[in-house]
Design a protein around this ligand. Structure first.
Ligand code: AMP
Length: 280
């Protein structure tokens, strides 16, 4: 596995893959890798395809009062994990490469990025769309892999790729979970032992509500029950909502694919999770 930190070296390495007749798959990450990221690399690994992972903690997707400074950084462990997962090339740009002096461009996706995390974290999805556009232009992959864990992010990227004719195939990978159901996240390490125990209420409450809505029960009542469960477990709720799985509209038609989405704070840690509604 090769690692590159300069754009010229990245372009040479990708050109060598292309000269060898290989397709190129990109897995963007912010590092502090776990089995969720490994699942993306494994999904990207296919015969005739080289897998490029990027590690960049993107300052533009953090709000002023968010955790940029303390976001976990552990490059050596990440590289070992990527190598073991079968990654071929790791792109490790510095902030000065991504945002050199004078940088003045923003990619902004309307609609799908305005609800939920877009409303709670102003500017977050502009930061995501801008950095993913840069990564796409740097690596020029054929395909790119994103986790369903960040469901709205995946929807924003799909919209952006379609709208801007980027010609990159986007694949969503199911959320990888701990044995007790908590979605894996680089931020789970912020939870102390007691908080970590209580946090399992999030996937549990979403699962109960999703099954209830899938059976045809009243959605508003199911969402209210989920909120009450989360509050009883010690969460402060940001949102618990039913959304159209494509447009992220918070008023989805029942005959459309729907997703239950939640964000809630356990202590100082903001957790997100989501689950599909499956009609039963
Ligand atoms: P991050 O490093 O948190 O920016 O995440 C990088 C990529 O990994 C994103 O596409 C995430 O959606 C994905 N990801 C993070 N956690 C998980 C998980 N538990 N399961 C699947 N994908 C994940």
């Amino acid at each position: 596995m090769e690692t590159v930190r300069e754009i010229g070296a990245l372009r040479d390495a990708v050109a060598a893959f292309r000269a060898d007749g290989q397709l190129v798959a990109l897995v963007p990450t912010m590092g502090a890798l776990h089995a969720g990221h490994v699942a993306l690399v494994e999904a990207a690994r296919r015969p005739g395809t080289k897998v490029v992972a990027s590690i960049f903690v993107n300052p533009r997707q953090f709000g002023p009062n968010e955790d940029l400074a303390r976001y976990p950084r552990r490059e050596q462990a990440d590289l070992r994990m990527l190598e073991a997962a079968g990654c071929d090339l790791v792109w490790l740009p510095g902030v000065e490469t991504m945002y050199p002096d004078g940088f003045a461009s923003t990619v902004s996706v309307q609609g799908v990025s305005e609800t939920f995390d877009g409303a709670s974290r102003p500017g977050h999805f502009d930061g995501v769309a801008t950095v993913v556009t840069k990564l796409f232009n740097q690596v020029r992959p054929d395909t790119a892999y994103f986790g369903e864990k960040d469901f709205q992010q995946l929807a924003v990227i799909r919209r952006m790729v379609t709208d801007l004719d980027m010609g990159i195939e986007i694949t969503g990978v199911p959320t990888q979970r701990e044995d007790d159901g908590l979605a894996m996240s680089s931020r789970n390490i912020y939870l102390d032992e007691e908080e970590r125990g209580k946090a399992t209420a999030l996937p549990r409450a979403l699962g109960v509500a999703a099954r209830s809505i899938g059976r045809g029960d009243d959605a508003a009542a199911a969402l209210e029950d989920a909120r009450a469960t989360l509050i009883a477990a010690g969460f402060t709720i940001d949102y618990v909502a039913l959304a159209d799985a494509e447009t992220l509209s918070d008023d989805p038609a029942p005959d459309r694919p729907r997703r239950l989405l939640a964000a809630a704070r356990m202590g100082a840690t903001r957790l997100i999770d989501n689950i599909a509604i499956e009609d039963s």
